[in-house]
Design a binder for this molecule. Structure first.
Ligand code: FAD
Length: 401
């Protein structure tokens, strides 16, 4: 009997095993996850769950019974420590070996650590796992002074959650604007304004140099001074969990390198989700994104590829975020600095932003604009045609014909 093993029981892994069964695979399926919990969705950890609105069961992809009903062996709290490609086996911590016919690497990513003095003090938080969200939610409930290191998506969402809990919040960010590395400087002002309107103090253009405190953090040291803090949240990005693949001699760069069918150079080993750097014909290069949609769609695509189907996983990257009363979605992609113009449409409360390269739309963000939402933006990107920036900027004219 064929055995399909999935290393990593996050959203990608859970969606992959779901698809294997849905597509009729009748062999053995083993889903191995290092965390103690059932596979869960991470977006609520910095939104509804952190706010206290979503309960624990609501974040799980499936309940425990589902895995049993599907005949899926879910091993939680177990880490895959090695991949023996010659023997077609994975090794788990403790030495147990499991043979595989096909293997999916869905090991995701882990928070990038801020390596400064005091980084191991109590009260310094990272946010990736359910257990992190539990601890952080308890900490925010005390209403203490919060400092967020990093104005990326997780830092901004966490700042919004901390304000919801009534905490005074300061964000420290070395770049000149929030989300600078992801979106560039042009729309950063919107995010800065949004957070300032909700009482957040932004310290831009300054980096965290250390933390002070006896056993718990009491202050954050920055390039230009000291900020008192009871709770610190570090949100400075994530690193793909590529060690297993690298140790097994698979090609790894920023992620496990896979083709458009999510295959590594080993025909029996696949990778998807946050860990995978996927060939995108559209961009003529590999792209790795840390997006919920890439896990939701990439897991199923990998499952189909494992079943020998012809798969081209070339969906436009898509990301969503909620902060206070602002809902937003971003679609498309560009490398750092890979655009020459940003066009906005709407007002400061509800708008689109389009990133243009050579007169073509390469990415779009819409904030509180659900009437002309994602489909229109996708169509503009997919069409690859040059656009009239004046029309794009004019809310009185439709986005697409
Ligand atoms: C707080 C937070 C909020 C987010 N919000 C959004 C959002 O609003 N919108 C959006 O588009 N995206 C969001 N994301 C990103 C999105 O959640 C990720 O892209 C998605 O979780 C990736 O899923 P994955 O299964 O590929 O990886 P992961 O979720 O990282 O899961 C991988 C799993 O594999 C396990 N693992 C790793 N190594 C091993 C091993 N050797 N053996 C066994 N198990 C292993 C890990 O413990 C982990 O449980 C958010 C992420 C976080 C952390």
């Amino acid at each position: 009997m064929d055995t399909f093993v999935v290393a990593g029981a996050g959203l990608t892994g859970a969606k992959a095993v779901e698809t294997l069964r849905a597509e009729g695979f009748g062999g053995r399926i083993v889903l191995v996850g290092a965390e103690p919990d059932l596979p869960y969705e991470r977006p609520p950890l910095s939104k509804g769950y952190l706010l206290g609105r979503d309960d624990r069961p609501s974040v799980f992809v499936h309940d425990e019974k589902w895995y049993a009903d599907q005949g899926i062996e879910l091993l939680t709290g177990r880490r895959v420590t090695a991949l023996d490609r010659a023997a077609h086996e994975v090794e788990l911590a403790g030495g147990e070996r499991i043979g595989y016919t096909k293997l999916l690497l869905a090991t995701g990513a882990s928070p990038r650590r801020l390596r400064v003095p005091g980084n191991d003090l109590d009260g310094v938080h990272y946010l990736r796992r359910l257990s992190h969200a539990d601890r952080l939610r308890d900490a925010l409930a005390t209403g203490g002074r919060v400092v967020v290191a990093g104005a990326g998506w997780i830092g901004l969402e966490t700042a919004a959650a901390a304000r919801h809990h009534g905490c005074p919040v300061t964000i420290v960010e070395p770049a000149e604007s929030p989300l600078h590395a992801t979106l560039g400087p042009e729309v950063g002002g919107f995010f800065a304004g949004l957070h300032r309107r909700h009482g957040v103090e932004l310290r831009l253009g300054t980096g965290v140099t250390g933390f002070e405190g006896d056993s718990s953090v009491s202050a954050v040291l920055t390039d230009d001074g000291e900020i008192p803090a009871d709770v610190v949240v570090v949100g400075i990005g994530a690193r793909p969990e590529t060690q297993l693949a690298a140790d097994a001699g698979l090609a790894v760069d920023d992620g496990v390198l896979v083709d458009a069918g999510l295959r590594t150079e080993d025909p029996d080993v696949f990778a998807a989700g946050d860990v995978a750097s996927v060939w995108q014909e559209r961009y003529g290069r590999r792209v790795r994104v840390e997006h919920w949609a890439a896990a939701t769609n990439g897991g199923p695509a990998a499952a189909r590829a494992m079943l020998g189907r012809e798969v081209v996983h070339d969906e436009l990257p898509y990301f969503f975020s909620d902060q206070y009363d602002a809902g937003m979605a971003f679609t498309g992609w560009f490398p750092p600095g890979g655009y020459d113009r940003v066009v906005t449409r709407g007002d400061a409360e509800a708008f689109h932003a389009f990133w243009l390269a050579g007169g073509r739309v390469v990415a779009g963000l819409h904030v509180n604009r659900w009437d002309e939402g994602l489909d229109a933006v996708r169509e503009l990107i997919h069409s690859g045609r040059t656009v009239d920036p004046d029309r794009l900027a004019d809310p009185a004219r439709p986005l697409t014909d």
